[in-house]
Design a protein around this ligand. Structure first.
Ligand SMILES: NC(=O)c1ccc[n+]([C@@H]2O[C@H](COP(=O)([O-])OP(=O)(O)OC[C@H]3O[C@@H](n4cnc5c(N)ncnc54)[C@H](O)[C@@H]3O)[C@@H](O)[C@H]2O)c1
Ligand SMILES: [Zn+2]
Ligand SMILES: [Zn+2]
Length: 368
């Protein structure tokens, strides 16, 4: 079939919306008609060319939600008409990681996905007979996509897809960092660094876990107000005094849990230093620049602090994204507050500009 998609032709250049060919789903795959797709930092990061594993041409986009239009042979878990959220982090339910409760990092299709291929090593996307590579296994800046069923989470048809799409990346990453990676305990103190999509999700996740005190740190007063709306009990303007301020707020000990959601290694360091002696757990969500390292004084670890990393919030996508979406439907998470701009596929580059200007939390592409 023919469909319109936003193609990264060359790094550092605007995406070009154009018609591409999309082949039918093969065994184990589904054709999804996208209804909405959020614009995330990782798309812009790849478009900028600084991601060492990036490639072009490719169709960007990974925060998608839509409706299954067709399924390939052997697809048992999805049917035509199902509402789905796309998963850049799949869940095969069979690999050694999937059967362990300790991680959400599925190994099933990692290598092929990293190369821009579907699991059988080929692409469904092409242009004039030339293959075009998929991005993050999703390529959702497009009217349609073909993806393996292990990378599609079936969600309640009651969830509006323009909000469900946020669960495909940023929101689940933040919620999950608090709920699944850190497993924040009731009554505890949590410090969240950054109040973008991920940090605000972490604030909401800490609230859902029953944290007694949630301190959110950001540079923007507007974003700190949003953090209070999502459940932060205290807010701080970030700076060189932040660690001391958090220590002062916690009787000199630090927070039981700290969650970093800025991508800055200097802030990651603050997250470690403001975690509580004895048992403080510092969880890193941010993606740092190429070659950057995190500086930690080992004494902080010997005295009981721990450091964890969190990819997609530790969320096992097919099992847990539907549960998170249900929490939204139950009224536990105000997702509307994150949807700042609705744009058309043709305005995808404007979505990047809005993100760069920190105008709003998320721009969502709506497909006509
Ligand atoms: N681990 C994952 O699976 C995953 C998934 C999605 C995004 N991410 C990463 O998470 C990070 C956050 O993503 P986002 O979409 O929320 O980004 P964002 O840019 O919207 O938010 C980052 C926030 O950090 C704040 N900030 C900057 N400097 C600060 C400082 N010194 N102290 C406190 N706050 C500061 C900014 O004001 C901003 O509000 C990015 O690095 C992104 O690449 C990771
Ligand atoms: Zn797996
Ligand atoms: Zn993302």
């Amino acid at each position: 079939m023919r469909m319109r998609a936003a193609v990264l032709e060359e790094f550092e250049q605007p995406l070009v919306v154009q018609e591409l060919d999309l082949a039918e789903p093969k065994a184990g795959e589904a054709l999804v008609r996208l209804v909405a797709c959020g614009v995330c930092h990782t798309d812009m990061y790849t478009a900028s060319g600084v991601d060492p594993s990036g490639y072009a041409p490719t169709v960007l986009g990974h925060e998608g939600a839509g409706v299954v239009e067709a399924v390939g042979e052997g697809v048992t878990d999805l049917a035509v008409g199902d509402h789905v959220v796309t998963l850049f982090s799949p869940q095969c339910r069979e690999c050694v990681h999937c059967v362990s409760p300790k991680t959400n990092i599925c190994l099933a299709i990692r290598d092929q996905q990293g190369k821009g291929h579907l699991p059988d090593g080929t692409t469904r996307l092409s242009r004039d007979g030339e293959p075009v590579r998929h991005f993050m296994g999703t390529s959702t800046f497009a009217e349609y996509t073909v993806m393996p069923q292990i990378a599609l989470a079936k969600v309640s048809p009651e969830a509006p897809l323009d909000r469900a799409c946020l669960f495909a990346c940023g929101l689940s990453t933040g919620l999950g960092a608090a709920m699944y990676t850190a497993k924040v305990e009731q009554g505890s103190t949590v410090a969240v660094f950054g109040a973008g999509m991920v940090g605000l999700g972490a604030v909401a996740g800490a609230r859902l876990q029953g944290a007694a005190r949630i301190v959110c740190v950001d540079l923007s007063d507007e974003r700190l107000a949003m953090a209070r709306h999502q459940g932060a009990t205290d807010t701080l303007l970030g700076g060189s005094d932040t660690v001391q301020e958090i220590l002062d707020m916690t009787g000199g000990f630090g927070a039981d849990y700290t969650i970093e959601a800025t991508g800055l290694v200097s802030v990651m360091r603050q997250a470690v230093e403001s975690a509580r002696m004895g048992w403080g757990l510092a969880t890193m969500c941010g993606v740092a620049g190429k070659g950057e390292t995190l500086d930690v004084v080992p004494r902080l670890l010997i005295t009981g602090r721990r450091v964890a990393g969190s990819s997609f919030g530790g969320v096992k996508g097919r099992d847990q994204v539907p549960l998170l979406v249900q929490r939204y439907l139950d009224g536990d998470i105000d997702v509307d507050a994150f949807l700042s701009h609705r744009i058309a596929l043709d305005d995808v580059n404007k979505g990047f500009e809005l993100m760069e200007a920190q105008d709003g939390i998320r721009s969502v592409i709506e497909f006509a």
